[in-house]
Design a protein around this ligand. Structure first.
Ligand code: HEM
Length: 417
C-alpha cells in the first residue's frame, strides 16, 4: 500500500517536469493532476523553485506585488538565475540588450506599458483583420492541389510573423529570418541549454536588432502610420522611448507575438483534428469560433508557465516562500484545475465562463491578446472552411517542441482532403 509520503517521494522533479521528458511532453496534465492533488505548492529541489499548479494559487501569485520579474532579486541557486543567464549580455556597436517589458517591475513597467498600450488599442488591432485575412488566403492558395502539408511551416508559422511585420511597416522583410531568429531567442528560456545554444541565441538577437535599428533610423527621418513610427512619436510627460528601448520592444513583440500565436493556431487545429465533431459544429455555427479559440487557449495554452521571484519572506496560502526564491506558476495546470473548471479534461468549444489564464493575469497580462485572438479566429476558421475533412497524417507523427515555457509543435503534418 502506498501512503501520501510515498507519493511525494516519487514525484518527478527538475528536467522531468519539462518537455525534455517525453512523458511530460505528451501528457503534462496526468503529471500535473498528481502534483495538484498531493503537492500543489511543490518544492522542486533540482531547479530551486516552488511550482504552483492550482488555479487558486497561480492567479493570485501572478497578481501579487510581493513578487518581482527581475532576476536581480533572485538567489544564485534559483531557477530564475538559470533562465536569466541567457547569454544576451550583448553590447555591440549601438546594439545592446535591454530587458523586455515582461521582465520589468514598476515603475519602469508602468511607464513602458502605458506607452505601448496606446498603440495596441482594440481599434488598431481590428484594422489588422483585413491584412490577416489576406495573408491567410495567400497561404491557403499555396496549398491548393496538395494532398498533404506541414501546417507549421506552410500555414500556422508564417501568419503571425507576417502580421507583426505588417504592423511595423516592414511588410517586405524576410519572414523566414524573423521566424528563425524568434525560435532561437526563445531557447534562452531553457534552463538546461548547452553552450552552443548561447551563440545561436546571441547571433539571433544581434541580427534581429540590426534589422529593427535600420528601420528605427529610417522612421526618425520620415514617420509613417505604422507601429515603429508610433513608438518614435510616443511620449508621456517627459518620457520618450530611446532607440534602444524601441529596438528591444520590437524584438520582444516579434518574439512574444509570433511563436505563441503560431502555437495557438496549431495547438488548436491539432485539438480539432482529435475532435472532428467540433469541426462539424464550427462549420455549422461559425460564430462559435470565439468560444472555440478561448477553449483552445484553456485546454493547451502556448505559454505553459511563468516565473516570479519573492522580494520578501512571505506565505502563499500557508506555504512559506523566502526572499530570493523563485516560484513558477503553471497556467497549463491551473487551466485544468477541477475546482475551477468542470470536467477540465473535456475539450468543449461551447464552454461558458471560461476564465482561463492562457494570457496570464495582473500587470503583465498579455498586451497582444486581442491580436492573437483575431489571428487564431481568422486562420482556423478559414482552414477548416477550405479543408473540412482535415486529418492528422497517418505516417508523420506530430512533433512537439522540447522547450520549457512555450508549448507547441515543430511539425504537424496533415492530410488536407
Ligand atoms: C496566443 C498567443 C499569445 C499567448 C498565449 C500569450 C501569452 C502571454 C502571457 C501568458 C503573458 C504574461 C507573461 C507573464 O506574466 O510572465 C504575455 C505577456 C506579453 N505578451 Fe503575449 N501572448 C500571445 C501573443 C502575443 C502577441 C501577438 C503579442 C504582441 C504582438 C504579445 C505581446 C506580449 C507582451 C508585450 C507581453 C508583456 C506584457 C507585460 O509585461 O506587461 N503576446 N503574453
Amino acid at each position: 500500500m502506498t501512503d501520501s509520503s510515498d507519493k511525494l517521494k516519487d514525484l518527478p522533479r527538475g528536467i522531468a517536469l519539462t518537455p525534455h521528458n517525453e512523458e511530460f511532453r505528451d501528457d503534462p496534465q496526468s503529471i500535473y493532476d498528481v502534483l495538484r492533488l498531493h503537492a500543489p505548492r511543490y518544492r522542486d529541489v533540482d531547479y530551486g523553485r516552488t511550482l504552483l499548479t492550482s488555479y487558486d494559487d497561480v492567479r493570485p501569485a501572478l497578481r501579487d506585488k510581493r513578487f518581482s520579474v527581475n532576476a536581480k532579486f533572485s538567489r544564485e541557486d534559483s531557477y530564475m538565475r538559470r533562465i536569466a543567464a541567457t547569454g544576451l549580455d550583448v553590447r555591440e556597436g549601438e546594439t545592446a540588450y535591454e530587458p523586455p517589458l515582461v521582465l520589468l517591475d514598476d515603475p519602469d513597467h508602468r511607464r513602458v506599458r502605458s506607452l505601448m498600450s496606446k498603440m495596441f488599442t482594440t481599434r488598431a488591432i481590428e484594422q489588422m483583420r483585413g491584412r490577416v485575412t489576406e495573408v491567410t488566403s495567400t497561404l491557403l492558395d499555396a496549398l491548393d492541389g496538395k494532398k498533404e502539408a506541414d501546417l507549421i511551416s506552410e500555414f500556422a508559422g508564417p501568419i503571425p510573423t507576417q502580421a507583426i511585420l505588417d504592423m511595423m511597416g516592414m511588410a517586405n522583410a524576410d519572414v523566414g529570418n524573423f521566424k528563425r531568429w524568434s525560435e532561437d531567442i526563445l531557447m534562452g528560456y531553457d534552463p538546461d541549454r548547452g553552450p552552443a545554444v548561447k551563440d545561436r541565441l546571441r547571433n539571433a538577437y544581434v541580427s534581429m536588432s540590426r534589422e529593427f535599428k535600420v528601420t528605427v533610423e529610417a522612421r526618425r527621418q520620415t514617420l509613417g502610420d505604422d507601429l515603429i513610427s508610433a513608438m518614435v512619436r510616443a511620449q508621456e510627460d517627459d518620457d520618450r522611448l530611446s532607440d534602444l528601448e524601441i529596438i528591444s520592444l520590437c524584438t520582444q513583440l516579434m518574439v512574444a507575438g509570433n511563436v505563441t500565436t503560431s502555437d495557438l493556431i496549431s495547438n488548436g487545429l491539432f485539438l480539432l483534428m482529435k475532435h472532428p465533431e467540433a469541426i462539424e459544429q464550427l462549420r455549422r455555427e461559425p460564430s462559435l469560433i470565439d468560444s472555440a479559440v478561448e477553449e483552445m487557449l484553456r485546454y493547451d495554452c502556448p505559454i505553459a508557465e511563468t516565473a516570479r521571484i519573492a522580494k520578501e519572506d512571505l506565505s502563499l496560502n500557508g506555504c512559506p516562500i523566502t526572499a530570493g526564491e523563485t516560484i513558477t506558476a503553471s497556467m497549463t495546470a491551473a487551466n485544468h484545475d477541477p475546482s475551477k473548471f468542470s470536467n477540465p479534461h473535456k475539450f468543449d468549444i461551447e464552454r461558458e465562463a471560461n476564465d482561463h489564464l492562457g494570457f496570464g493575469s495582473g500587470i503583465h497580462v498579455c498586451l497582444g491578446a486581442p491580436l492573437a485572438r483575431l489571428e487564431a479566429q481568422v486562420a482556423i476558421s478559414a482552414l477548416i472552411e477550405r479543408y473540412p475533412t482535415l486529418t492528422l497524417h497517418p505516417k508523420h507523427k506530430p512533433i512537439r517542441r522540447e522547450l520549457p515555457f512555450f508549448r507547441g509543435f515543430t511539425s504537424l503534418w496533415v492530410v488536407l482532403a
